[in-house]
Design a protein around this ligand. Structure first.
Ligand code: PHE
Length: 503
């Protein structure tokens, strides 16, 4: 039988009577451990070898832990000092005992918190007592520290080890150790004779420059064999999902919008017929810039039409808000709280010129809100914005679009609830069911833009629009319960590494 060189070496180094560690086998076979592991998995796949795995824990003392082994634990020092001061007879003032113990700085706090926990004595109203029966010499944590230091881990008490780890005196580390053993088939193969096939298992610069690559025979890779897990960088699932959303929308005939994260309130709020005294326009809800330089290029005629819509309304029965409207406020810069600002820019013709129906646009971009952090809210999140401009749109078109969109992500149980937005009528919110908790989760908000929005923009057909949360979509797809598992400093790296992306 012919086998690649590494496999032959591993077969020959393995034993049929006992498990041998792969790193030993690798050493003997003159292979790198990774190469030996790969060869072992390939041999296992062909039934010539078994590979077993074991998790071995390593313990190592921290610098502080080592110091205590050489000296003593701070609580032991405190106990000694307390005994010397006669605290076994009657309570003694703390200041005196601490002074005599020689402990200072952080060591005092460490001593105090462990002293009472271990029952060395009591600390109350500035006085300390020492229990004469406390077995301070037999301290289990000290014993465990010494056992680790001497490499006698089996002598250490498991609870004491946990405690040492919590105290930062010990670090543990897990290692996966793999061992191999020859199977009967492996033994037979060896007896029948296994030769190294002269194949090349990797393409090197030398092979390329010498032209030799044209003549050599390459080793076949068994891509189905198990392999060692090598953690590597990969695209964040949020980014992957954002890209998938974009592909999906492009597939549904949408074009992508782009625009500023910091924008004039005009585009964020005023165009959307949000009165300037609307509560959502305060710092409770959105982030204003500390130096809100004014935006220069607002289209004057549009500003005038939007102003008039706010003041007088639109059409013969228009009412308007009768509340103050100032251009200065409209020019103020904020971090956008939604990407509907982009929809306003595009619908107005300001971005890529006047648009003739039918049109479909989207964006998948960051928005910023002054929310309170909790499992479903962050201060920034990705919004899937979109709109369709066409004659005669109805709520059915909106529902149909959402049903089609979410189906592509495996979400088929959407629910809709009537809602209110200053800029759409009718409006409704979308909900999905969380796959783990069964809770109903709001995933988006939508509606059909009202006349007061469209008329100043110069649009005279229907426009249906929405803002959906990318993070909530992710929660429904993957079952995350806390958005902070995915984003930010508390994120769960293991989960991010292991989540398989659905395609
Ligand atoms: N701007 C809305 C939000 O952030 C979403 C939305 C966009 C609703 C367009 C209706 C129309 O919640």
């Amino acid at each position: 039988m012919k086998r690649p060189q590494a496999q032959v070496a591993v077969l020959q180094a393995a034993d049929a009577q006992e498990d041998r560690r792969i790193d030993e086998v690798a050493g003997e076979a003159g292979l790198k451990p990774e190469a030996a592991t790969r060869a072992a998995f390939e041999l296992e796949d062909d039934g010539l070898l078994t590979v077993s795995e074991e998790t071995v824990e390593h313990y190592e003392l921290t610098e502080e832990g080592e110091r205590y082994v050489r000296e003593s634990l701070p609580e032991q020092d405190l106990y000694e000092a307390a005994l010397d001061a006669g605290a076994d007879e009657s309570p003694v003032g703390m200041g005196q005992v601490i002074g005599a113990s020689g402990l200072d700085g952080g060591a005092v706090d460490i001593a105090l918190s462990n002293y009472a926990r271990k029952g060395y004595g009591e600390i109350d109203s500035g006085e300390i007592t020492a229990d004469p029966d406390a077995d301070v010499g037999g301290d289990r944590e000290m014993h465990a520290l010494e056992a680790v230091a001497d490499g006698r881990i089996e002598d250490a008490d498991a609870d004491a080890l946990d405690q040492l780890e919590r105290r930062g005196l010990l670090e543990t580390d897990e290692e996966t150790v793999r061992s191999v053993r020859l199977t009967d088939d492996g033994v037979t193969a060896l007896m029948e004779g296994v030769e190294a096939a002269e194949t090349v298992d990797r393409l090197t610069p030398e092979l390329l420059t010498s032209g030799e690559w044209e003549d050599v025979e390459f080793t076949e890779y068994n891509v189905e064999a198990d392999a060692e897990d090598v953690p590597h960088g990969k695209e964040h699932i949020l980014r992957q999902t954002a890209n998938r959303v974009k592909d999906t929308l492009v597939g549904m005939g949408f074009q992508e919008m782009e625009g500023p994260h910091v924008d004039a309130q005009f585009w964020i709020n005023d165009c959307l017929f949000m009165p300037q005294d609307h509560p959502a326009r305060t710092h409770w809800d959105q982030f204003a810039l500390e130096r809100p330089d004014e935006i220069k290029d607002l289209p004057e005629d549009l500003v005038e039409r939007v102003h008039s819509a706010h003041k007088n309304g639109v059409g013969p029965d228009g009412e308007g808000y009768h509340s103050p409207w100032e251009e200065d406020v409209a020019r103020g810069l904020d971090l956008r709280g939604h990407t509907t600002s982009l929809s306003m820019r595009y619908l107005s013709g300001h971005e890529i010129g006047e648009l003739e129906p039918p049109q479909r646009f989207f964006s998948v971009e960051k928005v910023y809100r002054n929310d309170t952090l909790d499992p479903t809210h962050l201060l920034e999140f990705f919004q899937i914005e979109g709109w369709v401009m066409a004659e005669d749109l109805s709520v059915r078109d909106l529902m149909g679009t959402f049903t089609e969109f979410y189906e592509q992500f495996g979400i088929t149980d959407l629910e809709f609830k009537p809602h209110y937005n200053p800029y759409t009528e009718p409006s409704f919110e979308l909900f999905g069911t969380h796959p783990e908790t069964g809770e109903i989760v709001e995933v988006g908000n939508s509606g059909i833009f009202r006349e007061e929005v469209l008329s100043p923009l110069g649009v005279d057909c229907d426009v249906m629009a929405w803002g959906l949360s990318l993070e909530r979509l992710l929660m429904l797809m993957y079952g995350f319960e806390d958005i902070r598992d995915v984003h930010g400093t508390l994120c769960d790296l293991e989960l991010l590494r292991e989540t398989e992306v659905m395609r």
